[in-house]
Design a protein around this ligand. Structure first.
Ligand code: ADP
Ligand code: MG
Length: 696
């Protein structure tokens, strides 16, 4: 399997080098696992009166009844009629007519292959491939023909589909029958998987659809199964080996807070999650938990109460947020919740003054400071804790793994880690990316929230929309207006924003209306100043780029107007919408878009209008964008799947997860005789990788 493709008969060093460079195929193993991305279906002949009503590639047979050349101003074409017992179709050529015409023979039987072209109710087949009936060999031609992914360069250099197919054929003759079966027998039998040898054979050379589907199922299952096995083993190892602080008691501060200071009754979801966290904190094993909950589901209070448990046990806690504004807000809300308590809390960001900074460093090290809220600044070398027991990271997707690892290194024992995210992650993704983490979900919003009314308006309705904004403002409400800012076209976007600002100033003239503006090119102090004006209700409109996406909490703002909404991603739109609906008033989200939209943009905007459920939105997003894009630049093997697809193969994923779980539960060290082959494969797969990352 490790043999270089240089040594495969029919390939040789030159082609092997091309395959390496263009497709990343180095070894026999790589080629074997290089799967077709589609198959041309030549298993059957279609009757001419029952052609599929789409532009499918299909196979026909019949007799040529007429051939003629048609000349028109726009060019000439060659048209031949193919007839079978049931009907006829036009075969058409726009190039090479003369040569083709010489080959074609009237009244002769042909096998024809090509793509249908429907034009209204009329169908033709342009540039088909014709084989005289007597030259057609069913054994070679009938069947499903694999098409492999390829590149321009490979085609130019003569590494055609045919060459790849021959190489696969050659490889099979060399190695078939030599696979050991990694999956346990009872598994294979109970879900009726075909064996590995047969699967490889059928994925490259399927005889029919049944064989192909069985091969796909087998290979998808195996791929997902081993990912799950690795994740579960990783989790198991962590639980066995990484000791954490044990927060044994739930003490005075927590209890007093719960009884006296909690401003509202916790939702059932919050109670459930808090219980899960309390349990983790008491086990003596490092907690590694992902808390996902939609915007407004009340994650902050969970963070605070978890920190109080740490404090009761004599530890420090730290809460890290991705932006200055958000860190500040956390600091403010935690400080006010803790007003009556003897708990010390400080804020550390990039703009913290020198003197204050020095004092924070000192009190952290002496242990006097109990809670530190901050941005990335918290990760700096100089920031040393006396005994950091719990680290909470808000808005998880903005921090990289490496950054989190730095936080972890601040201690002898790793602190417990709670990662909070407001972007719900579809179950399949969560399972594949964070399958080794524990996941808590806040799947319930606090009571009494009014649903935000969401509408989608075209630019042509702008006047009416502005009229509506004025009515809201006259009721004493405030309005967000958000413009897209996407890096590649930053200059243009900036201009859009400024143009928008000017036109808003005309439509909402001072002194009656006051407008704040916040964007990425402003100094932090200026941003802060403008945000403050809005917060203090000195301004009624806040024009911003997506700076406000995360976490801003201004309950009096009741309208979120999103300009060029078609340019935003679904989860971004959902996050933005979550900025309103925080007070008692009915709130609105207005999505403004142009008139010409792609199908995908329409789906996004329709979805926003239709639902508020963050999980449902995340599922749509996953279907539209695919897992890689959805999770941003995050590198993860689990997302670079060879054959399985996290959107289409959910059932297979759940099946694989269940089996992996049941095996690891029954035989944690894979010691049973029937698991030996499985273990070998697993060890092989993990050999060259770092076994696990402590903080995922
Ligand atoms: P997020 O999950 O988006 O961080 P927050 O923690 O900011 O949500 O909470 C949103 C709002 O809901 C806050 O004003 C908070 O005080 C309030 N809240 C949280 N939990 C409850 C609850 N159980 N009952 C009523 N209001 C709550
Ligand atoms: Mg929050």
């Amino acid at each position: 399997m490790d043999t270089s493709l240089d040594y495969l008969k029919g390939i040789g060093p030159n082609r092997a080098q091309l395959l390496r460079e263009e497709l990343g195929l180095h070894t026999f193993y790589d080629l074997l696992n290089f799967f077709p991305n589609r198959y041309v279906d030549r298993t059957q002949f279609h009757a001419l009166d029952r052609l599929p009503k789409n532009n499918a590639e299909i196979q026909l047979k019949g007799k040529l009844t007429a051939i003629r050349n048609i000349s028109q101003k726009r060019g000439s074409r060659l048209v031949a009629h193919l007839e079978d017992d049931s009907g006829s179709i036009e075969l058409v050529w726009f190039r090479g007519q003369k040569w083709i015409q010489e080959q074609l023979i009237i009244d002769k039987e042909y096998v024809v292959f090509g793509r249908l072209n429907w034009y209204g109710n009329k169908v033709s087949m342009p540039h088909p491939e014709l084989t005289p009936k007597e030259a057609f060999e069913p054994r070679a031609h009938l069947g499903l023909h694999p098409i492999y992914p390829t590149t321009e360069k490979l085609i130019q250099r003569g590494v055609s589909q045919k060459v790849i197919k021959q190489a696969q054929r050659q490889l099979h003759e060399t190695i078939s029958g030599r696979f050991t079966e990694p999956l346990p027998k009872d598994l294979i039998q109970s879900i009726r998987l075909i064996d590995k040898d047969e699967a490889y054979q059928s994925i490259h050379f399927p005889k029919d659809h049944y064989q192909l589907t069985s091969a796909q199922l087998r290979l998808k299952f195996e791929e997902l199964f081993f990912i799950q096995l690795q994740l579960l083993k990783k989790k198991q190892l962590r639980q066995q080996q990484i000791k954490g602080f044990s927060f044994e008691k739930v003490g005075r501060v927590f209890n007093t807070f719960y009884k006296q200071a909690l401003p509202f009754e916790l939702t059932n979801a919050q109670k459930k999650v808090l219980k899960e966290i309390r349990h983790d904190l008491g086990t003596g094993i490092q907690m590694n938990r992902l808390l996902q909950g939609d915007v407004g589901s009340g994650k902050t209070i969970i963070a605070l109460m978890s920190m109080l448990i740490g404090i009761d046990n004599g530890y420090q806690a730290c809460l890290m947020a991705p932006t200055e504004i958000l860190a500040q807000q956390h600091f403010q809300s935690l400080s006010s919740l803790l007003e009556e308590f003897d708990v010390s809390i400080a804020l550390l960001t990039g703009t913290t003054k020198k003197g204050e900074r020095a004092q924070i460093h000192e009190t952290l090290q002496s242990g006097d400071l109990q809670i530190l809220v901050g941005t990335h600044a918290v990760l700096e070398e100089k920031v040393q804790f006396a005994n950091l027991g719990l680290a909470i990271i808000d808005e998880q997707h903005r921090f990289g793994v490496a950054q989190r690892a730095r936080l972890w290194k601040k201690n002898k024992l790793p602190p417990h880690v709670l990662v909070m995210t407001a972007t719900p992650i579809p179950r399949t993704l969560a399972m594949s990316l964070y399958g080794d983490l524990d996941i808590s979900t806040l799947d319930e919003l606090p009571p009494g929230r009014k649903t935000i009314k969401t509408v989608w308006r075209r630019d042509t309705n702008r006047l009416k929309v502005f009229q509506f904004l004025k009515e809201e403002i006259n009721k004493g409400r405030q309005v967000y207006v958000v413009y897209p800012l996407i890096e590649e076209s930053e200059k243009l976007d900036y201009k859009d924003l400024m143009d928008g600002y000017e036109s808003m100033q005309r439509s909402f003239p001072a002194p009656e209306y006051q407008i704040s503006i916040v964007h990425g090119r402003m100094k932090p102090e200026a941003k802060e100043f403008e945000m403050q004006r809005f917060q203090k209700k000195e301004t009624q409109l806040l024009i911003a780029t997506t700076v406000i996406e995360v976490g801003v909490n201004i309950p009096n703002a009741s309208v979120m107007l999103i300009e060029s909404a078609e340019r935003f991603g679904l989860s971004q739109l959902h996050q933005l919408r979550g900025r309103v609906g925080r007070g008692n008033a009915q709130s609105y989200c207005v999505l403004m878009s142009g008139n010409k939209l792609s199908a995908e943009s329409r789906t996004r905007l329709d979805t926003m209008v239709r639902t508020h459920d963050g999980f449902e939105i995340a599922e749509v997003d996953l279907r539209l964008r695919g897992p890689g894009d959805l999770m941003g630049t995050q590198q993860s093997g689990a997302l670079q799947l060879k054959i399985a697809n996290l959107v289409k193969d959910q059932e297979v994923l759940f099946l694989a997860r269940n089996w992996a779980e049941s095996i690891v539960n029954k035989d944690p060290d894979l010691q049973w005789p029937e698991h030996q082959s499985l273990k070998t494969t697993y060890v092989e797969m993990t050999k060259n990788k770092a076994l696990w990352k402590y903080i995922s």
